[in-house]
Design a protein around this ligand. Structure first.
Ligand code: PMP
Length: 408
């Protein structure tokens, strides 16, 4: 028995995709020029799959803050805050996030993944019950797996189904119900009906936890996310998010309207037993938060570009998974077609995400685009033109698919 035998199905699937071109999960960029361009060899690629929603990774103030933080504190923290102590900047960022969102408590983590892992697994104890959306991100699912609480899934974006399941659950002896949803979903770019979820949670006395990883910074009058956009931010118990998208860094945060959340710093294993975010990561996120507060035009530009691309792709006849949002997912009939088309786009200097199960809902195969406020209207025309040529080349590309399949 070989230790890798268990991966044989995954290996065959991966080998098949590799016969269609380069590995979509192993693209190597030689240089990143700015938020919308990267180089592969001597080719300049339009980046349309980075989640760099506000384009702040190359903002001069964010870059300077990051560089200065290295000069002041060094390149790493070399340990957790529990063991090595906090830097002033960790605390300042937590206070700034709490102030910006009007929340009582804020904790920063080393990644968004660890945020959900730590918070969900710790907040839900053995007597509690977790209710999660059926399309939840992997780190929400993993947080549930690490929690001693049972997990119940409800239909995607269905407050009615949640209501039914909470009713069926009835009184939880000595425990609470924790409901976990996302703001904007990462694959299709569809949005949760947050106000309705808030109402269902309030009706049943359940706690509501929203992962706004993809919506923080890009929705709401002050960029706090979809709960703010729907006017219910102060009725949500926990908001989590990441620094790896609109905040242009790496790390994560969980905010709560309850002061009691503070004590969980001494219980969350994925907070206590891992190194804290580096000075440069924290400084970049802090500077990006200021931009979110000061520059609503970034959000406006992003939404304008999203509308332009969405309507253009629709006019070309593409099947899009959701209404207009900065994530635009083009549904393809299967993984092979998606891989051939994804390669064609990259050969034509457009980088999008190749997204397939188990990372996608409904077992769908997607060409997933995420836009940036740094994209210009001309960039969107470049992307649209590529998709136009892609559909015009449909027959030749399908012949390539048949060839590979026939050789199987
Ligand atoms: N939540 C959601 C919904 C995500 O899509 C992601 C990552 N794309 C995360 C959390 C994790 O974020 P991070 O990259 O900071 O680990």
């Amino acid at each position: 028995m070989d230790i890798f035998d268990k991966f044989s199905t995954l290996k065959s699937r991966s080998d098949l995709v590799l016969q269609l071109g380069v590995d979509p999960f192993g693209v190597k960029f030689d240089t990143i020029l700015n938020a919308t361009r990267g180089m592969i060899g001597n080719r300049e690629i339009v980046l349309a799959g980075t989640n760099n929603y506000l384009g702040l990774t190359f903002d001069p103030d964010c870059m300077d803050a990051s560089i200065n933080a290295i000069k002041k504190h060094g390149t790493g923290t070399t340990g957790s805050r529990i063991a090595n102590g906090s830097y002033e900047e960790h605390i300042d960022l937590e206070q700034a996030l709490a102030k910006h969102t009007g929340m009582e408590s804020a904790v920063v983590f080393s990644t968004g993944y660890q945020t959900n892992l730590a918070a969900i697994s710790t907040l839900a104890g053995p007597k509690d019950v977790i209710f999660i959306d059926a399309d939840s991100h992997a780190c929400i699912i993993d947080g549930c797996r690490l929690s001693p609480a049972p997990t119940i899934r409800f239909r995607h974006n269905s407050p009615q189904d949640l209501d039914k399941r909470l009713t069926r659950q009835g009184e939880i002896e000595g425990g609470i119900a924790l409901v976990v949803i996302e703001g904007m979903y990462s694959m299709f770019g569809d949005r949760a009906p947050i106000k309705e979820f808030v109402e269902v949670c309030e009706k049943h006395g359940a706690y509501l936890y929203i992962d706004e990883a993809h919506s923080f910074g890009i929705f709401g009058p002050t960029g706090c996310g979809l709960a703010e956009e729907e006017g219910v931010l102060d009725r949500v118990d926990f908001i989590s998010g990441t620094f790896s998208k609109s905040l242009a860094s790496i790390g994560g945060f969980c905010l709560s309207r309850h002061k009691g959340f503070e004590i969980t710093r001494k219980a969350m294993r994925a907070y206590m037993f891992t190194a804290s975010p580096t000075p440069s990561n924290i400084a970049a996120a802090r500077a990006a938060l200021d931009k979110i507060a000061q520059k609503p035009e970034l959000r406006e530009n992003l939404h304008a570009r999203a509308a332009q691309l969405h309507s253009g792709l629709k006019a070309l006849g593409y099947d899009l998974c959701a209404d207009v949002s900065p994530i635009i997912a083009v549904r393809r009939p299967n993984e092979i077609v998606a891989a051939v088309e994804w390669n064609w786009l990259l050969e034509n200097n457009i980088y999008v995400n190749f997204a397939v199960p188990p990372g996608t809902p409904q077992s769908s195969s997607l060409l997933r685009i995420s836009l940036s406020a740094a994209h210009s209207s001309d960039d969107i025309e470049l992307i649209l033109n590529a998709f136009k040529q892609l559909s015009e080349n449909g027959e030749a590309l399908m012949a390539r698919v048949q060839e590979v399949l026939a050789a199987q």
